[in-house]
Design a protein around this ligand. Structure first.
Ligand code: NAP
Length: 341
């Protein structure tokens, strides 16, 4: 395919979503620079991502350090800033997530502007949109923002909200014409390449492995990693979208809906997936001894639906059926032996 873009920097090339973005960009003929914290991973990542030494180049850079960023940005016309910490366990200190997210975004913006980048696309999250508004059932759009002072807002949501807000404020103050767009995905699922999968896959892994006693009354929007990557690629070059936010989400599913899809689509391979409900009181009891469960008790019963209508209508974005996303995710976990067949 002919080269349609210039050179683009994708930050955090070792990550799940970044990997799919890099693959999609290489397929479209872009030259891709990417940052990793550990260059020893280059060979393994090259095998996964494809591309040649001329079209995919690795640079060592950390979100918390200026070293390496100038070289990584050199010659880039576009940036996808994807790198940001995302963890299963709540951090001991909120700043473990907030500082790399916010300072890393500002660092990437500063070096991007200095390199003459035309457009900077930030991978934000619906976590920057839906939290801090109390309990209940609600549909959110790009006009909404997480209230970081609201009740029960966890460190990750704070990190994504503060990073996107800081980026937008910096652009307004110091952007000097560099364009900025954010993509705000819900929970990203889809095929994994191996054991180094994102935190978002953990729920499907635990259901498939029978590692949870049942399904709590918890839910979230689900989106396919391949569709999220396609939206990033689109947002890099679509004219006339400077400053916009795009929610990247498919349907809102409860944990029990995911369990049922796994059972229906995978038959015997999903034999360990529990189909019973876990009552709220039991989740609260489990939370006393399990910090991971403690993080989600505030979400019991909530429906935080996110409306991707803007991406669908403005960017002609399309999403594949959520059943395919979940099935492909589970199949890949089995094929890569993350979960026993
Ligand atoms: P991931 O696989 O864990 O990737 C995170 C990436 O960030 C890794 O490349 C990691 O590098 C890098 N990173 C973390 N801390 C860093 C630091 N201090 N310096 C440099 N790099 C650092 O997670 P992902 O799911 O692909 O997430 C990618 C982005 O999408 C994040 O911004 C996340 O907030 C956002 N997002 C994810 C979801 C989801 O459901 N997965 C939903 C909405 C938004 P190492 O490999 O060196 O750790």
């Amino acid at each position: 395919m002919d080269k349609i873009g210039g050179t683009v920097l994708v930050t955090g090339g070792s990550g799940y979503i970044a990997g799919y973005i890099i693959r999609a960009l290489l397929d479209e003929g872009w030259t891709v620079n990417t940052t990793v914290r550990d260059l020893a991973r280059e060979a393994q990542l090259r095998a996964q991502l494809g591309g040649s030494y001329a079209t995919l180049r690795f640079f060592k850079a950390d979100l918390m350090d200026d070293k390496g960023w100038r070289a990584a940005m050199d010659g880039c016309s576009h940036v996808c800033h994807v790198a940001s910490p995302i963890t299963v366990q709540a951090p001991r200190q909120e700043d473990e997530l907030i500082l790399p997210a916010r300072e890393g975004a500002l660092r990437a913006l500063r070096f991007a502007r200095a390199a003459g980048v035309e457009r900077f696309v930030q991978t934000s999250s619906v976590a920057a949109i839906v939290y801090g508004h109390g309990k209940g059932i609600r549909r959110f759009t790009e006009a909404d923002w997480t209230d970081t002072d609201g009740p029960g807002v966890h460190a990750y949501a704070k990190s994504k909200t503060l990073a996107e807000r800081a980026a937008r404020e910096w652009i307004a103050r110091e952007g000097r014409g560099m364009e900025f767009v954010s993509i705000n995905p819900s929970v990203v699922l889809g095929p994994v390449w191996g054991e180094d999968y994102s935190t978002s896959i953990e729920l499907v892994r635990q259901l498939l492995a029978g590692a949870v006693p049942g399904c709590a009354d918890l839910g979230f929007g689900v989106v396919d990693v391949r569709d999220v990557a396609a939206l990033h690629v689109r947002a890099l070059t679509e004219p006339g979208i400077d400053g916009e936010r795009f929610i990247a989400s498919g349907p809102f599913l409860k944990m029990i809906d995911i369990a049922r899809i796994l059972r229906q689509q995978l038959g015997q391979k999903a034999r360990r997936v529990p189909l019973r409900h876990v009552p709220d009181w039991m989740v609260h009891a489990l939370a006393l001894v399990n910090p991971m469960v403690r993080q989600v008790t505030g979400e019991l019963g909530n429906v935080r639906d996110t409306d991707a209508g803007h991406a669908l209508s403005r960017l002609g974005w399309a999403t594949r059926p959520v059943e395919q996303t979940i099935t492909d995710c589970a199949q890949s976990l089995i094929e890569t032996r993350v979960v026993a067949a």
